[in-house]
Design a protein around this ligand. Sequence first.
Ligand SMILES: Cc1cc2nc3c(=O)[nH]c(=O)nc-3n(C[C@H](O)[C@H](O)[C@H](O)COP(=O)(O)OP(=O)(O)OC[C@H]3O[C@@H](n4cnc5c(N)ncnc54)[C@H](O)[C@@H]3O)c2cc1C
Length: 482
Amino acid sequence: MFDVAIIGGGACGCSMLYELSRYKVNAVLLEKENDVSVGTTKANSAIVHAGYDPEPGTVMARCNVEGNRIIEQLCKDLDILYDKIGSLVLGFSEEDRKTVEKLYHRGIENGVPGLRIVEKEELHQMEPALSDDALFALWAPSGAIINPWELAIAQAEAAVDGGAKVMLDAEVTGIKKNADCFTLQTAQGEVQARFVVNAAGVYTDQIAKMVGDKSFTITPNRGEYFVLDTTQGKLVKHIIFQCPTKVGKGVLVSPTVHGNLIVGPNAEDVDADDADTTASGLHAVRQAAVRSVPNINFRDSIRNFAGVRAISTQDDFIVEESKACKGFFHIAGIKSPGLTSSPAIAREMVQMLHGAGLELEPNPNFVAKRRVLRFKSLSAKERGEAIMRNPLYGTIVCRCETVTEGEIVDAMHRPLAPRSVDGIKRRCTPGMGRCQGGFCGPRVQAIIARELGIPESEVPLDRAGMNIILGRTKEQKEAAEQ
Ligand SMILES: Cc1cc2nc3c(=O)[nH]c(=O)nc-3n(C[C@H](O)[C@H](O)[C@H](O)COP(=O)(O)OP(=O)(O)OC[C@H]3O[C@@H](n4cnc5c(N)ncnc54)[C@H](O)[C@@H]3O)c2cc1C
């Protein structure tokens, strides 16, 4: 019997598990896939928003500004890649000025620090690559870029180190409410818990229905992106937005924490699982982006991807106890700025659980700090010392990103050992560079198989079933001939 079962291992579920691990709470996170951070948390703009977008007085506004503040410290404590480079919302017309001023006043009301409207001369000094048509902008120095996967993975790893439990490949398929607890049917068997937190992203409405709660529905909405090579990574120094529209924050151009340039997204309603990119969607992204930064060299595009927003029938984030089922709590409709808001949402939810009767006694084993070795960022002296300690740091596996075998083995031996090539990519970046894993992919696959003691054919690219090796060529040929 667990005190709390959390459904879904995205940014919200992992923040929830980490916040609960501050206390002597017996908590479990149930994730349907073979890793955490594989839903929307895997595919987004990776921006820590300042907090001038949401309507004042909403849960979204409160959690955005508070999340922005918490994340800065969390990234220092858990060694998550983060860079506070600031953001600019560009204005191209007098119509845009009204929007930019509205955002400024909203930001002030929401408590966003350092906001300022900058005029053309200063704007172009700050960002020489901008289009000459950009006339002014809202400057928000607290906007930042982050590695979104690390935000979820680091918190999940630290929570497990502190005593929490994660069950992977554990899709929740049914929930029964008993007198004093819930019984959850999962792909790994039954789990019982006093309280349940529904953080299943675009599937939160389906989970809610399992306890008879039909108070909201989710419409998935897809956004598509370009990631450009590091040769384009310094084209702009800040996060460049355009004025937001009814469907989203518009197309941005921004450096990433890995030194690339990210461009996107568009916004289109789709089925929940549809994270495919489309020629028309990418064309629209490209057309919109060059309006802000005309000289993006799209020939240096190394990857396209898409993420799916959880747009709910309610205007705000849904962070509350279900009105239909006592003891059952929702973290639902967490569209952008959900990544930014996730640690603040988790803190509020812990207090709600406390209000519902969950005891919160401090956990002496709480993990407040975590460090990972990133060979690429070490000095020559530090690299030498690392190799003396462990010769595996002397073998470069990913040449594009300078990732060593030692870092891959380290990731395999932390809690939540990844079982896929992309699971390793999300933890220590092999395959993120220009060749996109063309050279290092098979070597990473072999290291995972060796460390887990399984055949290479059982190591998928990402989710279970995404097999890379289907069989030996000769065996397949022989089978076809028979
Ligand atoms: C295009 C786009 C751009 C964005 N940009 C930003 C940004 O720059 N900054 C920002 O702050 N926010 C941004 N967001 C929003 C942010 O990405 C999300 O709010 C956040 O990732 C949501 O996290 P989550 O944990 O709620 O959901 P998810 O990450 O989707 O996690 C839900 C998890 O639940 C699991 N699950 C589902 N059903 C079950 C089940 N039955 N049993 C067990 N597990 C289940 C899924 O496998 C998944 O892992 C963006 C979103 C999109 C789509």
